[in-house]
Ligand binder design. Structure first.
Ligand SMILES: *[C@@H]1O[C@H](CO)[C@@H](O)[C@H](O)[C@H]1NC(C)=O
Ligand SMILES: *[C@@H]1O[C@H](CO)[C@@H](O)[C@H](O)[C@H]1NC(C)=O
Ligand SMILES: *[C@@H]1O[C@H](CO)[C@@H](O)[C@H](O)[C@H]1NC(C)=O
Ligand SMILES: *[C@@H]1O[C@H](CO)[C@@H](O)[C@H](O)[C@H]1NC(C)=O
Ligand SMILES: *[C@@H]1O[C@H](CO)[C@@H](O)[C@H](O)[C@H]1NC(C)=O
Ligand SMILES: *[C@@H]1O[C@H](CO)[C@@H](O)[C@H](O)[C@H]1NC(C)=O
Ligand SMILES: *[C@@H]1O[C@H](CO)[C@@H](O)[C@H](O)[C@H]1NC(C)=O
Ligand SMILES: *[C@@H]1O[C@H](CO)[C@@H](O)[C@H](O)[C@H]1NC(C)=O
Ligand SMILES: *[C@@H]1O[C@H](CO)[C@@H](O)[C@H](O)[C@H]1NC(C)=O
Ligand SMILES: *[C@@H]1O[C@H](CO)[C@@H](O)[C@H](O)[C@H]1NC(C)=O
Ligand SMILES: *[C@@H]1O[C@H](CO)[C@@H](O)[C@H](O)[C@H]1NC(C)=O
Ligand SMILES: *[C@@H]1O[C@H](CO)[C@@H](O)[C@H](O)[C@H]1NC(C)=O
Length: 680
């Protein structure tokens, strides 16, 4: 089957699930918009169609649902872009000395960072009510990359305080902190939070980063590590110590003058406390310094941090956003005039953005490699302070996310986490509807979520992939490309096109050959290659985005599963000219698979989903007696809900579908729970 991309996009649209019925969204906070008689806030009907610029000045809803559509930057003038690109690459990594291949990369490379204060919206209310769309989305990534790394933390981890239980059995409760510089609520969390994360890990291969509060070091609150290790065990990846400490003075967390040396000293206090805490059995998994750019990582390395704390550090990390929308978020915060999103859109639509973002860390990734430590981008996205409406939630951000992540991979980052900030945020990879008890099929999946699918498939799950930036098309900034060598063989190519041009004049073709005398290899091509496209009509759109022909749906219409038939394009290669020709549409991304094995590794044969029907099925197979579970609960047994006492009907949707995983799935995770509870 050889389909041109335009046809592909069209057939994808036709195949996409028929539009669902009217969506009902309830505003829990009262003032989310004018609520109509049907209970639907008025802003939900502000919907853009197609690619026309759309800016509803009266939009009154939360940023995550803003339908604004910006103008795409104009295409380069005719002739400015070379549209016929020759590409010759060595088949074997050992012949690729000229390309500075990265070190081998773990499968779960691009994951998520979820602000602690919104876990109850995004992950679940408690351990028995986990959001099904969240599980579905995590499963999509996990089955492509062999797991997902998720961080729960952010500014809200710093003052977070454990309490044994919270009213209603919830995972967190918030107290507003008026005047707080980061507008971050104070979070109280109960161990139920950790049981909830553990339940998620039992259902999907998700592993967690958590954060030890660092608002002060005179009275440490280490419960997140003590309970975290007891409940989550091997599903803990590490504990961050200090979120953006370079901003502590400006956020009022430390007095003026507090500097890198003070951070070094206070980090040491936590290291000693963890070392001496017998309730934290796993050592060596602390993460720092997580500086955001006000201090450079070198400022911290120069304190002797890595050598002094080598045995305590599991990974080194930074956090960074290329821009901020703080002036819009805090009009009186001294940030100056708000940025007009249209003015910054083009900044995200070329390769210079990814290169600039990553260049400042190349020295540090090399230092980390020498120290034998992973180097993580612990929190990032298009812009801090919520991102830019129309930019952060556009198809352009999806392309930018692919380029940025691949550039980090090339520069020897070990992983990166896209921040999920909640409904007041335009950056979100996914957002539940604006109601406390989200309905199952009403999530909004942000375009940048698609980046995680593309990157997951590009790197595969072998842990043996190495990446090179190919400086494609003579380094043209609109058409970057990457090669992925896996187990020594060139396995995949990632080809991007940032331009929007419906005329076709800015589509480009890559004619590519494997090997050649310059690499000491014979020239060859496989019989055929397979291409999956990330497609949309324009960099500005938010909807009708497809990955290999499948979509996660439009605003308020996702249950976290891909809809439609998967479509990959098989392109026969010319055995006479020894060329395979791949077309890259403007805009779009092409992931080229050079072998059946490379394709198979990245293409899930079955998709684990968590629809309510599956839960109904599972309930019949529940086989672990409640008494077994109750008595295995160790010292927390009294606080836990026993299997038999949970409500089998759960919460029901108007049409009978439960929005949450309920106790029906308990059998699946019972054995994991047994192990976990013994550990407690
Ligand atoms: C999505 O595509 C369909 C079919 O091409 C079209 O009718 C619809 O208006 C598009 N939606 C948006 C938001 O562009
Ligand atoms: C740190 O945060 C906790 C929880 O909000 C608070 O009780 C404590 O007073 C804070 N420490 C300082 C020094 O402000
Ligand atoms: C979890 O939350 C749901 C919805 O609020 C509630 O019905 C259920 O009782 C809670 N479970 C526990 C164990 O508290
Ligand atoms: C959180 O901690 C900071 C110190 O880092 C402190 O200034 C602030 O008062 C704390 N917030 C609360 C509500 O205790
Ligand atoms: C931090 O401040 C202390 C006290 O003023 C000073 O001794 C130290 O050199 C400073 N550290 C750095 C990295 O500037
Ligand atoms: C890399 O970082 C080290 C440690 O801070 C510093 O000494 C060195 O000058 C840096 N090298 C470059 C090229 O920036
Ligand atoms: C490309 O991106 C960079 C960095 O974001 C930006 O400064 C530059 O203006 C962009 N170039 C064009 C032509 O838009
Ligand atoms: C990444 O690491 C590899 C292996 O250590 C090295 O050869 C390569 O130069 C590094 N890349 C960059 C951009 O530093
Ligand atoms: C969103 O922002 C509004 C207005 O500042 C605020 O009232 C609301 O609590 C915020 N919602 C969330 C979920 O943070
Ligand atoms: C790209 O290749 C296709 C198929 O070989 C061809 O039809 C098209 O004209 C080429 N486009 C360019 C810009 O070379
Ligand atoms: C494509 O080539 C592979 C060998 O790389 C072969 O196994 C497969 O059958 C070919 N598929 C088609 C449709 O030609
Ligand atoms: C999650 O764990 C609790 C025990 O902590 C258990 O009672 C509950 O049924 C589990 N929920 C799911 C969805 O498996």
């Amino acid at each position: 089957m050889l389909l041109p991309p335009a046809l592909l996009a069209l057939s994808a649209a036709l195949l996409a699930r028929a539009a669902r019925g009217a969506v009902t969204v309830y505003g829990v906070q009262g003032a989310l918009g004018v609520v109509t008689a049907s209970g639907t806030p008025a802003y939900t009907s502000d919907t853009a169609a197609g690619t026309a610029v759309f800016d509803p000045a009266t939009f009154a809803g939360p940023a995550a649902f803003n339908p604004v559509i910006l103008a795409p930057p104009p295409p380069p003038p005719p002739g400015a872009l070379s549209t016929d690109v020759l590409l010759q690459l060595p088949s074997s990594a050992s012949d690729a000395q000229g390309f500075a291949l990265s070190a081998p990369l773990a499968g779960p490379f691009l994951g998520f960072s979820i602000e602690m204060s919104i876990v109850n919206q995004v992950i679940g209310i408690n351990s028995t009510y986990v959001q099904v769309p969240f599980l579905n989305l995590m499963a999509l990534v996990a089955e492509r990359s062999g797991g997902v790394h998720v961080r729960v933390g952010g500014n809200s981890q710093e003052n977070a305080t454990m309490v044994q239980s919270l009213p209603g059995g919830t995972v967190i409760a918030k107290a507003a902190v008026p005047g707080s510089a980061t507008n971050t609520p104070d979070v109280f969390w109960s161990p139920e939070l950790l049981y909830m994360l553990s339940n998620v890990s039992s259902l999907v291969d998700v592993k967690w980063y958590l954060g030890i509060p660092f608002n002060e070091t005179t009275q440490l609150r280490l419960q997140i590590a003590e309970y975290g290790e007891a409940v989550l065990g091997q599903n803990i990846l590490g504990f961050q110590v200090g979120n953006e400490p370079d901003l502590y003075v400006s956020h009022g967390h430390r007095p003026p003058g507090w500097n890198e040396t003070n951070y070094f000293d206070e980090f040491g206090i936590v290291v000693d406390a963890v070392d001496g805490d017998t309730h934290i059995p796993m050592k060596g998994n602390l993460i720092g310094p997580s500086v955001s750019g006000t201090w450079t990582p070198e400022d911290i390395w120069n304190t002797g941090y890595i050598d002094a704390y080598a045995s305590a550090l599991g990974a080194l990390a930074v956090e960074h956003y290329p821009d901020n929308n703080c002036a819009a978020l805090y009009p009186d915060g001294g940030f100056g005039l708000p940025v007009n999103p249209q003015d910054v859109f083009a900044n995200y639509l070329n390769h210079t953005s990814a290169q600039n973002l990553v260049a400042r860390y190349v020295n540090s990734t090399s230092i980390a490699q020498s120290a034998g430590k992973p180097f993580l981008m612990f929190e990032t996205n298009t812009a801090s302070c919520g991102g830019f409406p129309g930019v952060s939630d556009s198809f352009g951000a999806a392309l930018w996310g692919v380029d940025y992540a691949m550039q980090m991979a090339y520069a020897n980052f070990s992983g990166a986490l896209l921040h999920v900030g909640g409904q007041n945020n335009s950056n979100n990879p996914f957002t539940p509807p604006p109601t406390k008890m989200s309905f199952f099929e009403q999530w909004t999946v942000g375009p940048i979520f698609y980046s995680t699918l593309v990157v997951a498939e590009a790197l595969g799950m072998s842990g043996a992939s190495r990446v090179a930036d190919l400086a494609l098309n003579n380094g043209n900034i609109y058409t970057p490309g990457y090669g992925v060598w896996e187990d020594d063989q060139l396995a995949r190519l990632v080809l991007l096109n940032f331009i929007t041009d419906s005329s076709g004049a800015s589509d480009y073709n890559v004619s590519f050959t494997l090997g050649g005398p310059q690499f000491g290899e014979t020239s060859q091509v496989p019989p055929n290659i397979t291409v999956k496209y990330l497609s949309a009509e324009s960099v500005s759109v938010k909807e009708n985005i497809t990955w290999a022909g499948q979509t996660l749906g439009t605003r308020f219409q996702s249950d976290g599963t891909l809809q439609g038939e998967e479509q990959a394009v098989i392109i026969p290669c010319d055995q006479t000219t020894l060329q395979c020709v791949v077309s890259v549409p403007a805009p779009g991304a092409a992931l080229v698979f050079l072998s059946d094995q490379a394709l198979a590794e990245s293409t899930p044969t079955t998709t684990q989903t968590f629809p309510t029907t599956a839960m109904t099925k599972t309930i019949k197979t529940a086989s672990v007696a409640a008494s077994v579970l109750a008595t295995s609960n160790g010292d927390s047994g009294a606080d836990r809900v026993s299997l038999s006492s949970t409500d089998k009907n759960g919460l029901t949707h108007a049409n009978g579908a439960s929005p949450f995983v309920n106790d029906a799935l308990v059998a699946t995770i019972a054995s994991a729970l047994l192990v976990m509870c013994i550990a407690v």
